[in-house]
Design a protein. Structure first.
Length: 109
């Protein structure tokens, strides 16, 4: 059995999600989604170094990336279960994101 998914409690995690919105590029709706996400997600306890980046390569149609750091698995779990995060996912993410890929990284040991 491969245990690559098991993360020790003290290991920092870089959480990233790349995505494409249903909104037109450079639209007011796109901007409002990104601004709202930043305001809500960056304010959740345990989130460090929150960033929003625009993807510019022609090899992918996933236009945006959210990236954030968590000190450990406990902080990451608390973020995932935080009511503000759950509400954002249910009310905005599920209705406005057309496609996405979530990637979580730890440092190579």
């Amino acid at each position: 059995m491969n245990n690559d998914h098991v993360v020790e409690a003290h290991v920092p995690i870089q959480h990233t999600v790349v995505f494409r919105l249903i909104h037109e590029s450079n639209s007011a709706e796109e901007s409002e989604f990104l601004d709202t996400a930043t305001r809500i997600l960056a304010a959740i306890e345990g989130v460090e170094a929150f960033a929003v980046d625009r993807q510019i390569s022609s090899t992918s149609d996933l236009r945006w990336r959210f990236s954030m750091l968590f000190r450990n698995q406990s902080a990451y779990d608390a973020y995932n279960n935080n009511p503000a995060h759950v509400r954002f996912v249910n009310e905005r993410w599920l209705t406005e994101v057309a496609a996405f890929q979530e990637l979580d990284f730890i440092a190579r040991t």
